[in-house]
Design a protein around this ligand. Structure first.
Ligand code: 5RP
Length: 236
């Protein structure tokens, strides 16, 4: 089974959690796109939801496919968010932001009663950090912020390259007009400590560690789809 089929499988199981009338946060990325496509089929058949997109990219796809959208300002509390992830550990801690939407994704997920992660099995890790950690920063003071991040990392015995994400010849700009630093620290044994320390740096707008945000992960693999809740009580 190819990767796209796995994403579709995870997305279709997540869709079973969506009830009529729900206020629904809609994630960003190739897995979330599959969710949007399946959701759009249901909407076309008469199913009603209020969608809140986590990025301009997702908003574009929703508009194209007829999924009704509302700004978060109008629907500030949501029932459920369904989104992908770059990494998921067995405590349901995540790394997100590979698609550059981490700030809106975190705001929308945290405004939701429940967040369900959809992913294929390749995203499961024992310890976060195989995937570079995206850190969204204000362009002002970029060099100072990078040094502050290096110091924080070093205090936690983490090291590695911190690369400014580029979009061809210019820095990649998020929907919020910020830049992204991708930090290749390798294994992050204490994700909570790193999260708190990064949050304390003024130039850091947000980072891709989602801790205590996801309530469930729907993981598709060649042997089927499994659900992880809280402490990953169903091993995949
Ligand atoms: C975007 C994200 C995505 O959810 C994450 O990058 C996973 O994407 P994909 O489903 O394409 O693997 O965090 O900011």
């Amino acid at each position: 089974m190819d990767a796209r089929q796995l994403k579709i499988q995870a997305a279709s199981v997540a869709l079973e959690h969506v009830r009529p009338g729900m206020r629904l946060g809609i994630g960003t990325g190739s897995t979330a796109d599959e969710f949007v496509r399946l959701l759009a089929e249901k909407v076309e058949a008469g199913f009603e939801i209020k969608g809140v997109p986590t990025s301009e990219r997702t908003a574009g796809l929703c508009v194209e496919l007829g999924v009704p959208l509302f700004p978060l300002e109008e629907v500030p509390e949501l029932d459920l968010t369904v989104d992908g992830a770059d990494e998921v550990d067995r405590e349901l801690r995540l790394i997100k932001g590979g698609g550059g939407a981490l700030l809106r994704e975190k705001i929308v997920a945290c405004a939701s009663e429940k967040m369900i992660v959809i992913a294929d099995e390749s995203k499961i890790v024992d310890t976060l950090g195989r995937y570079p950690l995206p850190i969204e920063v204000n362009p002002f003071g970029l060099a100072s912020t990078r040094i502050a991040i290096e110091k924080v990392a070093s205090s936690l015995d983490l090291s590695g390259t911190i690369d400014l994400r580029m979009d061809r010849a210019v820095p990649y700009e998020t929907d919020g007009g910020h830049f992204i630093l991708d930090a290749s620290f390798g294994r992050i044994p204490d994700a909570e400590a790193l999260s708190s320390a990064l949050n304390a740096i003024p130039g850091v707008v947000e980072h891709g560690l989602f801790i205590g945000v996801a309530s469930e992960a729907i993981i598709a693999g060649p042997t089927g789809v499994k659900t992880m809740k809280n402490r990953g009580n169903q091993e995949i």
